[in-house]
Ligand binder design. Structure first.
Ligand code: GTP
Ligand code: SPV
Ligand code: MN
Length: 626
């Protein structure tokens, strides 16, 4: 008997040992055996896909007090520590072997050293605890998109979240047997306090060993750091997609319902907390995904699927009027995990929920009262800005029918958008696939948000909204995107959006509902039903088309003044932006494709020519329809 099997047999009860052995995968057995030997749990619980097993994780999350039941049936609350309220860029590192190198914008360390450190922290860490072994699938099952994943964790909150966010994978592992090439995550909460919250944030480590497709996460609970299938797997998926010739993206998937009821699918990349869920949830449309999408070329068409099956969404500003579909699931019986909101009398409260909120209760800081201050003397808000909810997509009335379609859906358009206060117009279409990928995707500028730990509002370049997760060279990643389009007979149209453009006084020039107009316009563009005006940075909507959409979709009057304010091309700001982008690539991306520099140069030239003719601010009325 192989060494792993012997250890497993000794340390597991026979039923759970058998569950593992039935999957007939030696790498899996070695992974679980190593996890047991390293973490020394009291017992090991292997979950199958059965309803009973799925329910066990849900129940245990409450029994262990990692979650508490709320008033509405099926609702629970989980708290993360004060220093564990978002993805932690600083503690998250790629483990790079001495013989390899990764782009310098990525946080990294030498592999052997990292393994010694993180494994040292995990030694004996599960003593007195149960280790749960989970099997799940990224992408629809029985599909070219599927990727099997295994996670060992001592957190039933993590395990419960996996139930809601991903597709079951035990049967998939069984089907694949030795062929299952899976991603593995080993997670531990580490030491917890009396509230069952990870108590040693200074020892938080999230290390990605891409050479063995294994991730270690310790002394953290925040789902973005611990649910292996989310951003941790995305990093590994990008490497896999690179090897296999497809794309894995930080994008939502949305079906826009046309006049005759036909659906046109769009994907959109926005950095964390910059608009993916808000766009995918537009009332009257169909949500297919809100965070991670896979694209494959099939017979010259771009087919897309959601890696996930649920939403781990930002709850701030979710209210009855703006987000009826989410509001509905958050207010009726059904499975919902709330995290880091305020709890009072068994009900959750959050910032921007549109109703009066209590002055006290329990929140991420513990017992809370309005005016309470943190250790640094800052007032503690009633809920964290990055407080979230986890729900299965199928719980939503607007969930798209094609969620589990193994072929995915055909994509008609892609959009890129970040928090760009100064330069890009609210909505524009690229001149070509390549122009869109470079001028909107690779040139994406944004500001840091509350979704990652650290200072908010710091401007940065975040390539395709995915930079943190690009575990291959950035140049190669961009070339893959360019090459992917060239393989397609029918390319999706590429758009740039900017929900966060500000006027001279620092006020946003658009309302939060305006994004609905931009995507409706995109749908018209896909079907050749709207004209556009050509500007130096892209094709923008004509006034009449969007005025009509504002009326039809939002019942709002849209004025020429609004249009001029929003769509005036700010030449100097755009030139400065292109300079910053070029500089970024020259300094950080040694292998950036030549095409990137030529597309940026062409855009600069168009801007300079226009500047000579029209000056620094070009009103759309001055430019010609195309
Ligand atoms: P992750 O889940 O972190 O990947 O984020 P996301 O891209 O799904 O972000 P989400 O759509 O949840 O939006 C994040 C924040 O942006 C929320 O607090 C929204 O209120 C705010 N937001 C969304 N759309 C707009 C908009 O059009 N204008 C402004 N000003 N804020 C917006
Ligand atoms: C993001 O930060 O982009 C998220 C939330 O979607 S998580 O990755 O889970 O932290
Ligand atoms: Mn995200």
């Amino acid at each position: 008997m192989a060494a792993s099997r012997e250890l497993l047999k000794k340390r597991m009860n026979s039923e759970h040992y058998q569950r593992l052995i039935n999957l007939d995968n030696s790498r899996l057995e070695a992974f679980v055996a190593d996890a047991i030997e390293l973490c020394e749990p009291d017992s090991v619980w292997v979950s199958t896909d059965s309803a009973e097993d799925v329910e066990y994780s849900r129940k245990m999350a409450v029994k262990t007090s990692e979650e508490k039941a709320l008033k509405i049936s099926g609702h629970t609350i989980h708290f993360d520590g004060m220093e564990d309220q978002g993805r932690d860029r600083e503690s998250t590192k790629y483990l790079v072997p001495k013989t390899d190198s990764l782009s310098k914008t990525l946080n990294q360390m030498e592999r052997e050293q990292g393994l010694v450190e993180v494994r040292g922290l995990m030694k004996g860490i599960m003593k007195g605890r149960i280790m749960v072994v989970r099997f799940l699938s990224l992408g629809p099952n029985n599909s070219d998109f599927s990727i099997p994943c295994a996670e060992c964790t001592d957190s039933f909150y993590v395990s419960h979240s996996l139930n809601l966010l991903y597709r079951p994978g035990y049967e998939e592992f069984k089907r694949l047997g030795q062929k299952a090439e899976f991603f593995a995550t080993l997670h531990s909460n580490g030491k917890v306090d009396q509230r069952m919250v990870s108590a040693e944030p200074a020892k938080k480590r999230i290390y990605i060993d891409y050479t063995t497709e294994t991730v270690y996460a310790v002394n953290t609970q925040y789902a973005g750091n611990t649910v292996g299938l989310k951003k941790l797997a995305l990093r590994l998926t990008i490497r896999k997609a690179d090897r296999e010739g497809w794309l894995a993206e930080h994008m939502f998937l949305l079906g826009i319902v046309g006049k005759k009821g036909q659906k046109t699918y769009f994907a959109g990349a926005f950095p964390s907390a910059c608009g993916k869920t808000s766009t995918a949830m537009l009332p009257g449309e169909k949500i297919l995904g809100d965070d991670i999408a896979y694209f494959r070329e099939v017979k010259g068409r771009c087919m897309a699927a959601n890696a996930e099956a649920g939403i781990f969404g930002i709850i701030q500003n979710v209210n009855a009027k703006g987000d009826p579909a989410i509001w509905d699931v958050l207010n009726k019986p059904g499975e919902v995990i709330f995290s880091n909101v305020l709890i009072k009398d068994g009900s959750p409260h959050w910032l921007g929920m549109g109703v009066e909120t209590p002055e006290d209760g329990e929140n991420f800081s513990g017992k809370w009262h309005k005016g309470n201050k943190d250790a640094k003397g800052n007032e503690i808000p009633l809920a964290h800005k990055n407080a979230r909810y986890a729900v299965a997509l199928k719980a939503l009335t607007n969930c798209d029918s094609e969620l589990d379609n193994p072929s995915g859906v055909e994509l008609a358009g892609i959009m890129y958008g970040g928090r760009d206060a100064k330069a890009y117009v609210p909505c524009q279409q690229s001149f070509s696939w390549e122009h869109g990928i470079i001028a909107y995707g690779a040139s994406l500028e944004t500001e840091t948000t509350f979704a990652t730990i650290g200072k908010e509002g710091v401007p940065e370049i975040n390539i395709m909204s995915i930079q943190d997760f690009v575990a291959i060279s950035l140049g190669k990643y961009i070339r893959n995107n360019l090459a992917f389009g060239k393989k397609l007979k029918k390319q999706p149209l590429v758009f740039g959006v900017n929900y966060f453009l500000r006027d001279k006084d620092g006020k946003f020039v658009n309302g939060v509902q305006d994004k609905h107009i931009w995507v409706k316009w995109m749908e018209l563009r896909v079907h050749g039903e709207a004209d556009a005006i050509q500007t130096p940075t892209g094709s923008i909507p004509c006034f009449a088309d969007i005025a009509r959409l504002f009326k039809d979709v939002l019942g709002k009057e849209y004025t020429q003044d609004n249009y001029t304010k929003q769509f005036t091309i700010r030449v100097a700001e755009n030139l400065a932006k292109m300079e910053r982008v070029e500089q970024f690539y020259r300094q950080n991306v040694a292998d950036a494709p030549e095409e990137l520099y030529s597309i940026i140069a062409e855009q600069k030239k168009r801007l300079l020519d226009a500047q000579k003719q029209y000056g620094n601010y070009i009103e759309p009325s001055k430019l010609a329809k195309k």
